[in-house]
Ligand binder design. Structure first.
Ligand SMILES: Nc1ncnc2c1ncn2[C@@H]1O[C@H](COP(=O)(O)OP(=O)(O)OP(=O)(O)O)[C@@H](O)[C@H]1O
Ligand SMILES: [Mg+2]
Length: 226
């Protein structure tokens, strides 16, 4: 019988928009999990960033099918994951659901194999790394994830930060903000939530991990009761 308590898991999608700070963020998270006794296991899902941009441009120029572009874009996430880890000791790269369940305190998922093994997401540009992060979180059994990006959250048309919004409202208003177009619908269908945090502020990242209040946008799962 296993005596050690299972650690909780936090799923963090690290946006391609943070490419310049990405490795610093990973090191900072590594220090956090090492120093904090009750820190959760952190599973990072890389965004697509400039690697996905290449796929977008090539697919537009060369009329590549959405099917092909989808897998090329998933491999763009794979490339960003490799860049983020950069071979550093203590940052594990994992490629399957079994490996996701491993022992390392901080892991970066290279998502190609996981998506090939359970190929149920639509192969369109509406479904990119944000929806893939939600999909992986759901597979792990987590009903929420943190999206780190380069803005404070979703900004409304007047330039104000939206602190909370329901996934259903986003679907109805076709509000996209800084998330991929498929994410609100996926969250709604699977009763999931997402916290969007500016990855340039370590204190906000930690607050989000620990479930404390901070400047962010929360996309909520449950619809408002009137
Ligand atoms: N209403 C909005 N609120 C907030 N950001 C918005 C909005 N509309 C557009 N954006 C843009 O979305 C960007 C963040 O999304 P983007 O997809 O570029 O980054 P990411 O999701 O972190 O990266 P990646 O998709 O490569 O993983 C912001 O830099 C901002 O310019
Ligand atoms: Mg994005």
């Amino acid at each position: 019988m296993q005596s050690a308590k299972r650690k909780s898991k936090v799923i963090i999608k690290l946006g391609g928009s943070l490419i310049e700070k990405g490795r610093d963020i990973i090191r900072f998270l590594r220090e956090y999990v090492d120093e904090k006794e009750k820190a959760p296991t952190i599973i990072l899902i890389p965004g697509g960033g400039p690697f996905a941009e290449v796929v977008r441009n090539v697919s537009a120029d060369m009329s590549i099918s959405e099917e092909t572009a989808h897998w090329m874009a998933v491999l763009a996430m794979h490339q960003y994951g490799l860049l983020l880890a950069n071979g550093e000791i203590g940052i594990a790269l994992v490629e399957s659901m079994k490996e996701i369940d491993g022992a390392e305190p901080i892991r970066i998922l290279l998502p190609y194999e996981v998506l090939k093994a359970d190929d149920c997401l639509p192969h369109t540009w509406d479904v990119t790394s944000d929806t893939i992060a939600a999909f992986v979180a759901n597979k792990i059994g987590e009903k929420t994830f943190i999206k780190l990006t380069d803005v404070d959250g979703i900004i409304d048309e007047k330039g104000h930060l939206i602190k909370e919004i329901y996934a259903k409202e986003m679907v109805e208003l076709e509000e996209k903000g800084c998330v991929d177009a498929g994410l609100p619908g996926f969250l709604m269908q699977n009763r999931m939530s997402c916290t969007i945090v500016n990855g340039n502020f370590p204190n906000r990242i930690i607050a989000a991990i620990e479930g404390k209040e901070t400047l962010c946008t929360k996309i909520l799962a449950i619809t408002k009761k009137f």
